[in-house]
Ligand binder design. Sequence first.
Ligand code: IPM
Ligand code: MG
Length: 356
Amino acid sequence: MKIAILPGDGIGTEITEQAVKVLKALGETFEMESAPVGGAGYEASGHPLPEATLKLAKEADAILFGAVGDWKYDKLERSLRPEQAILGLRKHLGLFANFRPAILYPELAGASTLKPEVVSGLDILIVRELTGDIYFGQPRGMREAPDGPFKGAREGFDTMRYAEPEIRRIAHVAFQAAQKRGKRLTSVDKANVLETFQFWKEIVTEIHAEYPDVELDHMYVDNAAMQLVRAPKKFDVIVTGNMFGDILSDAAAMLTGSIGMLPSASLDANNKGLYEPSHGSAPDIAGKGIANPLATILSAAMMLRYSLNKEEQANRIEAAVKKVLAQGLRTADIYEQGTTKVGTTEMGDAVVKALA
Ligand code: IPM
Ligand code: MG
């Protein structure tokens, strides 16, 4: 089995190194090949998603991705910015189903900014559609407004759209995910204002008939944002579009107080996937050896489970992560008095040791 390793920028390289170390310690034979992506891709060959990197990603059975982005690329034209690498990979590989779990580890209950009783035991899953919506909808651009009260003025515009098969496939994925968990699915939309999401709601409701064991409810996105901070434990699985999912998943991640702990998976129709931490490249702490590698290590566990069919190895990694937390080891982002502060490499080494 071949794993493409795309470390990217900022802390991406440091945290990916730890996850690779953990994968190597499992005693399996994986073929691993690295390639530059994001700002690193731009430096290496003038494009954030170099052709050779895309080729490797296409060939591989799974992709382990670090993070991309750095302020120094903000002035580049959009098509050359690091973020285009991740958007390009999603689109080219058809990675339409994004799983973003938000789990509160009991050892880290104090890390949340919310009261412990609101978040203790939190375990929710956001299923975000990842290749459609206003992110990719055409037409888009900047132009002279062709009509309306500001006709003739410069304007920027994007297009929100979802085709029926796109909604169907993500709905199926979400219902099936709910079946394996608490059997409750909340579809988040803005059907009160947007045609796209009126349609979304209709299709999701229709598909519900195939999953009578799952309880479905619908929620407007503004209300969902409010409920996420008010009573997040009421959710089990949330399914939503690309744009709303982007926003809600950051909010959900932060409920746990430790975005450095949260993995994610982006899957195609055949469970080939790209696995990455939910956090970004954190250029402010890059190279300091203090970044938390656990989200990336847990992403490797998700990769074993979903793409490589190695549930047992996935469980081993997750158990090892729990063990190091129980031992009191903490990177700076999750450090509390009375625990032991460790760096990126030490944390990776501790997980390897805990695997044994
Ligand atoms: C995410 C990120 C990306 C997104 C950016 C980096 C393009 O915020 O994965 O949530 O908006 O999807
Ligand atoms: Mg985001």
